[in-house]
Design a protein around this ligand. Structure first.
Ligand SMILES: C[S@@+](CC[C@H](N)C(=O)[O-])C[C@H]1O[C@@H](n2cnc3c(N)ncnc32)[C@H](O)[C@@H]1O
Length: 312
């Protein structure tokens, strides 16, 4: 249950539930599109005869998972890529299941140097793939006040987005752009204050929003879902665990579209959107972790698992 390397751990969420769905797919190989420290991959390799291809955009996670799963020999292989490129990046066919456990791992959060956390001071980076894209510091320095406010509002559901954005822009205008997680956390705390009744740090939503923007998490998820369905063999299953409402909505809506739900305006006399029933949704409601898991692993509390089966 507990992933491990010398230094880092990550508790795998909804592990048994994911394995049970994976077993129902027809094919010889599973793609773990968010390998992380390899917790789900290990469970599948132990419980089934299937091979596993692990994808991760984080080279550090891949190294740890490779070491952990070396005991499975040629049954386990890795690809260092973004899961939105699943079609081109994975050459294996006969795919029984594809799983995605979205977001960052505890390893990434706990490694202060990665800049994901406001609990330690580090360069403001937040990239899951350290060799591509803009860092959080670069994003904040090159975005307008309105763009920053939109990021905080839409990706962090931060009600005081405009005030925080104004303070960040004022730093940019003064030639003192934010460089560290500590500077950002302090700025947010000073901008919006902290009440004794607050259950979370005032910068929590801001950090989540900036992380989503830096890694384009919602855009790549939108690209991933139809590409993953194409990659599956008929009767293969796609299982996605999301951790916040924005992700879950994207999964739910993509599944509705792929299950043939017409998206035409009601006034049209006939369907023009070309909706085709490609999948059957196996989870009418998302599956949530049981009480025991939620108690033992607080991070699992926001997890939602949705699963679909490819039909044609
Ligand atoms: C929550 S962790 C996965 C943990 C894993 N299931 C386990 O139990 O050990 C998510 C992982 O997915 C990776 N990831 C997130 N988005 C990705 C994307 N778009 N493409 C490739 N990897 C991604 C992250 O780098 C991270 O290592």
């Amino acid at each position: 249950m507990q992933s491990s390397s010398a230094e880092f751990t990550h508790q795998t969420v909804l592990r048994d539930e994911v394995v049970e769905f994976v077993r129902t797919g027809k094919g010889s190989t599973v793609i773990d599109a968010t390998l992380g420290l390899g917790g789900h991959s290990e469970a599948i390799l132990e419980a089934t005869d299937l091979d596993v291809v692990g994808i991760d955009q984080d080279a550090a996670a891949i190294e740890i998972a490779k070491e952990r799963l070396a005991k499975f020999g040629g049954r386990f292989t890795v690809v260092n890529a973004n899961f939105s490129e699943i079609g081109e990046a994975v050459s294996a066919g006969n795919i029984a299941a594809i799983i995605a456990d979205l977001g960052v791992s505890s390893m990434q959060l706990d490694d202060a140097a990665r800049g994901f956390s406001f609990r330690a001071s580090a360069p403001l980076d937040m990239r899951m793939n350290k060799s591509a894209g803009r860092t959080a510091a670069e994003l904040l320095e090159t975005s307008t006040e309105a763009e920053i406010a939109d990021i905080l509002y839409f990706y962090g559901e931060e009600r005081r987005s405009r005030k925080i954005a104004r303070w960040i822009s004022e730093r940019n205008a003064a030639g003192e752009p934010l460089r560290t997680t500590e500077e950002l956390a302090n700025l947010v705390e000073r901008a919006i204050g902290k009440k004794p009744s607050d259950k979370i740090h005032p910068a929590t939503r801001t950090f989540q929003a900036i992380r989503i923007a830096v890694n384009r998490e919602l855009d790549v998820l939108k690209d991933f879902i139809p590409a993953a369905i194409e990659k599956l063999d008929p009767e293969g299953v796609l299982a996605i665990i999301s951790f916040h409402s924005l992700e879950d909505r994207i999964v739910k809506q993509a599944f509705q579209r792929l299950s043939g739900k017409c998206s035409c305006p009601p006034r049209l006399p006939q369907c023009m959107c070309g909706a085709v029933k490609k999948i059957e949704v196996l989870t009418k409601k998302p599956i949530l972790p049981g009480e025991d898991e939620q108690e033992q692993n607080p991070r699992s509390r926001s997890a939602k698992l949705r699963v679909a089966k490819r039909l044609i």
